[in-house]
Structure formats: structure tokens, C-alpha cells
Design a protein. Structure first.
Length: 350
């Protein structure tokens, strides 16, 4: 530890994706992140995780909170358990980060924000796409003014990668591609282009074996007047496949940014263009194709650690994530009614 105040961390939910969080917390040990306990209701799973990371294990979250001093809990379970687990933390004034999606429905998200607020507890959502090295670089180019204020964009997450292999529950979700991955891309649209005035969405179920929509095509009118197209599908057939990258094209009055497969960016500015590789290097615990998503977890956790320690809200605080979740709700409402929907019907924009 480099003399920084230590933060005691517990993690709940030692499943498929949690391994990335666990490795990320281990990497952040040098910055004062002390993973002290893990919890999973599956005894074998939690025992194996505890052994691998050398920490105390619990099969019940309440027992963990009552047994080990924890400053911040990382909730990496699926969305259905987030509200209950975050409330257990809030009641004890323990800071909590929940994985995306925040919760299965809007009302649960609101309840979680209100519960945290009523206890004065810090709450954030692990929305990692905006923390990847490549997306941070795009944000920096926008911030440099190289293309002017962006007024048009297309953000695409199109894949045929077998997401159901690692995450079999996805095939049974009532709401699939918008809530599972469109949520990340909608968050990026907010991050790059600002808040949204209205949104129109068409959904498709192209894979008959899947319960819900696997393709969503959305058109967003931002409050700035900019327009963006947000696409997400699990039914694309492309070789090579770009999973789990978000590809994008963005235009402003003075230039453009194009990010293509392999995290390659071409920036055109003032009539000239340059190309750059914008991905982060492989880490000891990341591998292709997941690396892009995995390394974003490290940067997300680092952000959570420093925001919590500084006593300020995370960029993706519970309150902030309501604005992303409102876009998800607007998208489903639009798809079912055939009309453009204002996300402000759920949550007023700034
Ligand atoms: P999973 O089903 O593999 O793992 C969830 C684990 O939580 C299981 O081991 C389960 O036993 C445990 N659990 C459930 N309820 C519990 C409780 N009350 N107490 C203790 N343990 C409990 O799920 P997963 O695929 O790892 O997904 C977890 C979350 O991560 C989901 O919300 C998913 O959307 C998200 N995810 C995010 C990304 C990303 O890029 N941000 C990628 C993949 C998954
Ligand atoms: O669940 C999804 C996510 O959040 O990022 C990628 C994913 O794992 C599958 O598309």
C-alpha cells in the first residue's frame, strides 16, 4: 500500500463475471483496496473463490456484514438481488456498487436510490463501458475540441458471439438486449453526446430460441440538438466479430471520429486525419475477446475507490444511472407503442 487510507472491501456474488472484479480489486491493493471477504449463496463457489483470493468466505450477506468490518461492498450478483443486498448495505451505511443493470425495473432503481439517500449511504452502478481505455480516449478527443461539439453519432454493439454460453440466463430474460447491453451503449451515448430529449426504438427477435428481443435499433435526439443512432444485437453474423467492442462514428462541425474493430480510431480534424490504436494492453488476468470488457472493470473499480475515498459521488452514481435507465425504459416503451418517447417521462434531465 502506498500510504493511502485502506478501504475494506467485500464482494457478493462469485459467479461468471465476478472474477474480473476480484482480479481488479487485487490489482488495486497497491492503492489501498483491501478485499477482505467474499459471499455467495453457493458454498462450493464461494469456497473456491475465497481460496483463490485468500479472503474470508460467507454464504449469507447479512452474516458477512455482521462479521467483518466492510467500507464498500461490490455487488456482482444478477439484477434480481441488487435491491435487497444494497438495502442491507445502506442500513449499515456501507457504500455499495451494484453491477449493471441497476435492477430489473424502474421502480426498484428508484427505491434503491431513495433507500441509500435516506441512510446517507454511498451508492454507485458498475457501468464499465465508459471507463474502458478506448472510450476514455474518445472522450478526450471530444474534449480537445478536435471535431467541435459532436452533432451526429452512431454507436454500435453488434455481435454473434455466443453470449448465452457464459451467461445462459440471458436466453430466458423477459427484456434482453436493451437491458443487458444496450444499457451500456445508451450510457455511452449520454457520456459522449449529453442528455436525451426523445428516443425512438425498433426491436426484433431474430433468434427464435431466445425469449425476448435480441436486436434494438434506436434513434436519439439529444437536448443539444445532436442526433445519435444506438444499435445493439446478439444476432449479427460477421467474421471477424467485434465482441465485446462498441464501434462508433461521430461527427462535429470540425471533424469526425471513427472507432473500428480492434480499437482503432481515425480522427479527422481541420481537413487532416490521424489513426491511433486506442485499446489498453492485455493484463495478467485478461484475454481476448473479453479483454476490452475486463480492463474496463479495473478502471471502473479504480474510479469507485477514488470517488468513495474522496467522499464524492461516482460518475456512475445511483442517481446518475437513473438517467441511463430512463433511456432503457423509454426504448422499451417506444418499441411497444411505435412512438418516440421522452425519457423525462421517467426522469427529468438536467
Ligand atoms: P452469475 O449467475 O454467473 O453469478 C451470480 C452469482 O451470484 C451466483 O454465483 C449466485 O450464486 C450469486 N448470488 C445470487 N444471489 C445471491 C445472494 N443473495 N447472496 C449471495 N450470492 C448470490 O451471473 P454473472 O453472469 O456473473 O452476472 C452478474 C452480473 O454481472 C449481472 O448483473 C450481469 O448483467 C453483469 N455483467 C456485467 C458485464 C459487464 O461488462 N459490465 C458483463 C457480464 C455480466
Ligand atoms: O452481459 C453483457 C455485458 O454487460 O457486457 C457484455 C455481456 O457480457 C454480453 O453482451
Amino acid at each position: 500500500m502506498s500510504g493511502k487510507q485502506s478501504v475494506q472491501i467485500g464482494l457478493i456474488g462469485c459467479g461468471f463475471y465476478a472474477r474480473n472484479h476480484l482480479h481488479a480489486w487485487a490489482d488495486l491493493r497497491k492503492d489501498g483496496a483491501q478485499l477482505v471477504a467474499v459471499c455467495d449463496q453457493d458454498p462450493q463457489r464461494v469456497a473456491a473463490t475465497g481460496q483463490m483470493f485468500g479472503v474470508a468466505t460467507f454464504t449469507d450477506a447479512k452474516t458477512m456484514f455482521d462479521s467483518v468490518p466492510i467500507d464498500l461492498v461490490d455487488i456482482t450478483t444478477r439484477m434480481g438481488s441488487h435491491k435487497t443486498l444494497a438495502a442491507l448495505a445502506a442500513e449499515r451505511k456501507i457504500a455499495a456498487v451494484v453491477q449493471k443493470p441497476f435492477a430489473p425495473c424502474w421502480q426498484d432503481c428508484i427505491n434503491m436510490v431513495e433507500t441509500a439517500r435516506s441512510h446517507g449511504a454511498w451508492l454507485a452502478v458498475h457501468e464499465n463501458f465508459r471507463f474502458s481505455t478506448s472510450m476514455r480516449r474518445v472522450k478526450a478527443v471530444i474534449g480537445s475540441g478536435a471535431i467541435g461539439v459532436p452533432n451526429w453519432a452512431r454507436l454500435s454493439f453488434r455481435t454473434g458471439y455466443n453470449v448465452y454460453g457464459g451467461q445462459p440466463y440471458l436466453a430466458e430474460e423477459e427484456r434482453l438486449v436493451i437491458l443487458d447491453v444496450g444499457i451500456h451503449v445508451l450510457d455511452l451515448a449520454r457520456y459522449f453526446m449529453g442528455e436525451v430529449d426523445r428516443l425512438y426504438c425498433e426491436t426484433q427477435k431474430r433468434n427464435p430460441k431466445i425469449r425476448a428481443e435480441d436486436t434494438a435499433t434506436m434513434t436519439l435526439r439529444h437536448t443539444s440538438g445532436a442526433v445519435s443512432i444506438v444499435e445493439s444485437t446478439y444476432e449479427s453474423r460477421r467474421i471477424p466479430d467485434s465482441f465485446p467492442e462498441t464501434l462508433l462514428e461521430m461527427e462535429g462541425p470540425d471533424g469526425s471520429i471513427v472507432v473500428s474493430r480492434g480499437e482503432r480510431m481515425i480522427v479527422t480534424t481541420q481537413g487532416l486525419s490521424f489513426e491511433e490504436e486506442i485499446g489498453g494492453p492485455l493484463l495478467a488476468w485478461t484475454s481476448r475477446p473479453w479483454h476490452v470488457s475486463q480492463e474496463a472493470v479495473l478502471h471502473t473499480n479504480a474510479h469507485m475507490l477514488s470517488a468513495f475515498r474522496a467522499g464524492r459521488p461516482a460518475d456512475t452514481s445511483g442517481e446518475d444511472n437513473l438517467k441511463t435507465y430512463a433511456l432503457v425504459e423509454a426504448a422499451y416503451e417506444s418499441a411497444s407503442t411505435g412512438r418516440a418517447v421522452r425519457p423525462a417521462e421517467w426522469h427529468p434531465t438536467d
